[in-house]
Design a protein. Sequence first.
Length: 406
Amino acid sequence: MRFHFEAFDGAGNLIEDDVEAASSDEARDIIRARGVTPYEVRASGGGDFLFREISLERGSRRISDAQLARLARDLAVLLQAGLPLDTVLRIASTTTEEPRMRALALQLMEGVQQGSTLAEIMEGMPGRFRHEYIRIVQAGDVGADLGGAMQELAELLDRRVEIRSRIRSAMAYPALLVCLAAVSISIVLGLLVPAVTPLFLENGMPLPTVLAAMEAVRQNGAWILGLAAATLVIAGLGITVARRNTVLRIKLDRLYLSVPVIGRIAELREAGRFTRTLATLVKAGVPPLQALQASCPLVRNQHTRERLDRAVTDVRAGVSIGDAVSAAEALPSVAQQMITVGEESGRLQDMLLRAAVILERQEQVRTARALAALTPVITIFVAGMIAVIIFSVMGAVLSINELALR
């Protein structure tokens, strides 16, 4: 099986390559034998799909942010109290009430007792932890401040859990409206339309426009649903294939960022994730160029990633990080300015952290505004749609009464 890895050499340079190994642990041993320190090891995608190891264990599922936040907070308190990591994990396994988290803590403790770092153990559990979380823990290992890294991770997770909770709360009412609208339309199509339509047809009168449209939908409902499902499947397959092509994926991601409201929120999210990871690595003592290289893979939007890669190339050529990021227009202007100020003042890590906080707050504010506007928009749309249907049916009933009076 092929593994792609990123590692630091003796000079602190980040290198990337592939190795053949039976497992991720064996791949790490091979990488260390080359005289470099592995930073990330992952199974190569694409061609190895048919040969990937299939795991049927329930524990392979990703840990939720809420569960991980509680664990990270407990570990941070105990580590900052000066306890050894294996003792901390043992205590965490006895204090948690969730069997799954207890098993996870014990598994992490076994790995630590075997001589692995916490980040290496987490990375050896594919699918359980997001890469950016592993990066934060890894920075704590490198900087010998694992307690601080776990505290930072807990705070980051708490913010994300809070944002998701707000989004769910804000979406509850619009979702209820949509469900009620669907029920109302189903009743109209299933009961009212079949009862009213024959009266017009038997008397040779044309159906009102809206009523005729609803009758066509009712009669061809199965065909319409099949066509809609086929369209969604074809569109999904097309997007999946396009995203596997580098050029097409960059174009799709650029188009996504240009979508009003949603695109700006996505840009802020990517920039916040990148900036916070870069700040964490710089704080841990990783050289800025290597920290920049290591943070780029966390950016999921390929259009933004391409610009950041361009900035990395410029930094290698001797350009400052602020000037390179500004020239590539890889990050929002506030991040560009704060990076430049941080380099000029010698406080890069502090300015990166502040930039990350600003970007995350901007994302929260924009998300809250979008959700606040979404509720009345959906309410008006659903109410208008139901009003049109009701008025059409009422008009049809009145037309039938006029017909009866004649």
